[in-house]
Design a protein around this ligand. Structure first.
Ligand code: KIV
Ligand code: ZN
Length: 388
C-alpha cells in the first residue's frame, strides 16, 4: 500500500507574512473553508500569540472547520504555546507548531543564545506543549543551514519529549534539490528515534526551487508532509506552491507512489480566492493555475490537442477546476481548431466552401487582432450561418 503524503497549508500564516498580504478574520475564514473543501490535511491558521487579531482568527477557524487539523504557530516559550492552545480549544483536531532557530547565525546574532540554551529551550517547550495538545510539530528555524550534529541532538531530544512531526525548514530558500533531499535522509538515518515522528519539508522559493526541493525531500529524504501555500504565497519569493506540489505528485504517481487526500477540483477556485483577497495577481504562465496553463495557441498544438489531448496535455484542466482546456484562437491557429470552435458555438456552415471562406476571413482578422474571441467568430459568420 502506498504511503499518504500529508498536505499542510500555511497560506494563512506563512503566506500572510508576505508584505501586503495580511488578511482579516473573515477573509481567513473564507479561505479556510475553501482549504477544507480542498481536503487539505492541516491548516496553519495563524500565529495566535502574535496579535489579538490573529488569536481570534485561529480561534474562529478552529471552531468552524471540522474536517482538517487546525494548527497555530508559536515560538518556543510557554506564553506563546499556552496562547496557541487556548485559541485551538474548539478544534476537532488541533496541532501546536513550535519553533526555535538552530543555525549558528540565527542563534548567535538573532537569539543571542548558546546552542546549549537553544537545545534546553526546545526541550522544555515541547514538554510544555505536549501537556496541552497531543499533536506537536517542532521546527528548527533555518534548519537547513544548521550544523548537522547539533541539529541531530535537538531533534532527537524533541522527539523524545513527544514531538509528533519534525519539520525541517529551508527558511531562506538556499537549498538545492539533491542536497536538501539528502539532508533529510541523513537526519532520519542518524537520529535513533526518528521513526517516532513524521518528517516534514518547508521550503522557501528564493532561488525558485521550493517545489523541487520539497519533492526531493519527499523522494530522497522520505518526508511524508509538505508545507505549502496556495499560489506559492509567502515572504520574499514565497513558499512551495500547493497546486504545483500536489499536481506533481498526482501526475507522476508512477514516480512518487504516494496517496493524496486532496480534492484537486477545488484548486483553481482556491487560487482565485487567495489572489482576489490579497490582490496578488497570478502570472498567466504560472503552472496549474495561470490563465494560460492549459491554453494552446499554436496551430500545431491546437490540432494535436483536438486529435488527442495527451499530445500536449499532461493533466486535465477540469481535474484542477478549470471548466475545460482553452484553445486561444489567433493568427497561428489552424482550420481544424477554427472548425471545432464553430461547432462548440453551435454554428453550422453548409459546405466546406463556406468553412474555407470563413476561415480565410478569420485569418485576415487574426493578422490585425492578437486574440479572437467567440464574439468575433460569430460576427464573421453571421451572414451565412445558421446558429443552432
Ligand atoms: O521558514 C520558516 O523557517 C518558518 C518556520 C517558522 C517554520 O516559517
Ligand atoms: Zn517559512
Amino acid at each position: 500500500m502506498a504511503d499518504k503524503l500529508i498536505i499542510f497549508d500555511t497560506t494563512l500564516r506563512d503566506g500572510e507574512q508576505s508584505p501586503g498580504a495580511s488578511m482579516t478574520k473573515d477573509e481567513k475564514l473564507r479561505i479556510a473553508r475553501q482549504l477544507e473543501r480542498l481536503k487539505v490535511d492541516v491548516i496553519e491558521a495563524g500565529f495566535a500569540a502574535s496579535s489579538n487579531g490573529d488569536f481570534e482568527a485561529v480561534q474562529t477557524i478552529a471552531n468552524a472547520i471540522k474536517d482538517s487539523t487546525i494548527c497555530s504557530l508559536s515560538r518556543a516559550n510557554d506564553r506563546d504555546i499556552a496562547r496557541a492552545a487556548e485559541a485551538l480549544k474548539g478544534a476537532n483536531s488541533a496541532r501546536i507548531h513550535t519553533f526555535i532557530a538552530t543555525s549558528p547565525l540565527h542563534m548567535e546574532k538573532k537569539l543571542r543564545m548558546t546552542p546549549e540554551q537553544v537545545l534546553e529551550q526546545a526541550k522544555q517547550s515541547v514538554r510544555f506543549a505536549r501537556n496541552l495538545v497531543g499533536d506537536i510539530e517542532f521546527s528548527p528555524e533555518d534548519g537547513y543551514r544548521s550544523d548537522v550534529d547539533f541539529l541531530c541532538r535537538v531533534l532527537e531530544t524533541v522527539i523524545a519529549e513527544g514531538a509528533t512531526t519534525i519539520n525541517v525548514p529551508d527558511t531562506v530558500g538556499y537549498a538545492i534539490p539533491e542536497l536538501y533531499g539528502n539532508f533529510i535522509k541523513t537526519l532520519r538515518e542518524r537520529i535513533p528515534n526518528s521513526d517516532k515522528a513524521i518528517w516534514s519539508v518547508h521550503c522557501h522559493n528564493d532561488l525558485g526551487m521550493a517545489v523541487a526541493n520539497s519533492l526531493a525531500g519527499v523522494k530522497i529524504g522520505g518526508a511524508r508532509q509538505v508545507e505549502c501555500t496556495i499560489n506559492g504565497l509567502g515572504e520574499r519569493a514565497g513558499n512551495c506552491s500547493l497546486e504545483e506540489v500536489v499536481m506533481a505528485v498526482k501526475t507522476r504517481r508512477d514516480y512518487f507512489n504516494l496517496d493524496l487526500g486532496i480534492d484537486t477540483q477545488h484548486i483553481v477556485a482556491a487560487s482565485r480566492m487567495v489572489s482576489q483577497t490579497t490582490g496578488f495577481v497570478v502570472q498567466p504562465n504560472k503552472a496549474v493555475v495561470g490563465a494560460n496553463a492549459f491554453a494552446h495557441a499554436s496551430g500545431i498544438h491546437q490540432d494535436g490537442v483536438l486529435k488527442a489531448r495527451d499530445t500536449y496535455e499532461i493533466m486535465r484542466a477540469e481535474d484542477v477546476g478549470w471548466s475545460a482546456n482553452k484553445i486561444v484562437l489567433g493568427k497561428l491557429s489552424g482550420r481544424n481548431a477554427f472548425k471545432q470552435r464553430l461547432q462548440e458555438l453551435g454554428v453550422q456552415l453548409d459546405s466546406e466552401t463556406e468553412i474555407n471562406a470563413a476561415f480565410a476571413r478569420f485569418k485576415e482578422l487574426a493578422d490585425r487582432k492578437s486574440e479572437i474571441f467567440d464574439e468575433d467568430i460569430l460576427a464573421l459568420v453571421s451572414d451565412e450561418s445558421v446558429t443552432s
